[in-house]
Design a protein around this ligand. Sequence first.
Ligand code: UFG
Length: 330
Amino acid sequence: MSILVLGGAGYIGSHTVRALIEAGRDVVVADNLVTGHRAAVHPQARLYEGDLSDRAFLDRLLERESIDGVIHFAAYSLVGESVSNPLKYYRNNLCGTEVLLEALVAHGVERIVFSSTAATYGEPERIPILESDRTQPTNPYGETKLSMEKMIRWAGRAHNLRYVALRYFNACGALPDGSIGEDHQPETHLIPIVLQVALGRRERLDIFGGDYPTPDGTCVRDYIHVCDLADAHIRALTYLEQGGQSDVFNLGNGVGFSNLQVVETARAVTGHPIPSSIEARRPGDPATLVASSDKAARVLGWQPRYTDLGEIIATAYRWHRSHPQGYGDR
Ligand code: UFG
C-alpha cells in the first residue's frame, strides 16, 4: 500500500516525502507544479502531474495506485495574495479539496492528514494559542483553511473518513544536507528574505512595523523547522493507522522570536550586517503568534528537534547558499 502526497513538490510536502521514504513508505506524489518544483520530488516517489480539482486525474491515479492514506499539502498560501484574489483561494483550497474528498470517498480511502495554519486563529485571544481557542481568520487564506477543516470534519462523519489537521506556525529551515529547501516565487517570508540580503540578492530588509505591543515593537512568531513538521505528518498518519480519532493539532516550538531577534540571529549565523530599517506595518499581521503544542506532544508523541533559532536559520542558509536561484525552474 502507498501514501499519496498531494503537493509533494512543494516546500513542506517535499520534506515530508523525503521523511516518508526514509521511514520505508511507498510514496506517490500528485502536484500540478504551479508552485511546486519537479526537482524537489524525491526520485523514489512516483510523480503524477495534475490538479486536485481534476476528478478524472484523481480517479486515474486512485485506480492505478493502491492508496491507503493521503497527506494533503496542495494549496495556495500567500496571505496578501489571498486578500487581493480571494476567489483563487476558495477555488483551489476549498473547491479543490471538495473534489479530492469526493474521489477519496469513492475509492474507499479512509485516512487524510492535511495542512492547516495558525492563520485559522486570526488575532489570538491569548498566548500560547490552544487548539480550542477562538478561530476567527483575518484573511481569505486562513478562512479557506478553516473551511477545509470543517468540510473534512463533516465529510468524515458521513463517510468513514478520519483526519488530522495540522495547524503550522511559521515553517522554516531546510533539509540539513542542503539538497531541498524553500523556493517561493515571489518570496514573502521573513527568513528567506533575510538570507537573500545576506547573500547579496537584495539590498536590504524592510521590517514591517516597529510599534507593536511586543518587547521590541516588532512582531513575534513561533518558528518551526520543516523537518519537525515532516516528522509530525508521519506521526499523524501512524496515529490514524492505529485507530486514532479525527483531531486538530498545533505545531510550533512554543517560543516566540521578534523580527529583530530573527535578523540579529541571521547576522550571527551569516556574518553579514544585513542592513534593515523599520517600515510601515503590513496589513493583517497579528502582533504575536506562539503555539501551545502540548496536545501534539501528548497525543502524537511529537517533540521538535530543532529548538535553536540559530541552528534552524543555519539549515536554511545552507540551502540558499548552495541554490541561489532556488530550483532554477522559474
Ligand atoms: N516580515 C518583515 N519583512 C519582510 C517579510 C516579513 O518584516 O520582508 C515580517 C512580517 O511582517 C511578520 C514576520 O516577518 O511580522 C513573519 O512574516 P512571514 O511572512 O515570514 O510569516 P507570517 O507570520 O506572515 O505567515 C506565516 C505563514 C502563513 C500563515 C501565517 C499565520 O507563512 O502561511 O504565518 O499568520 F498564514
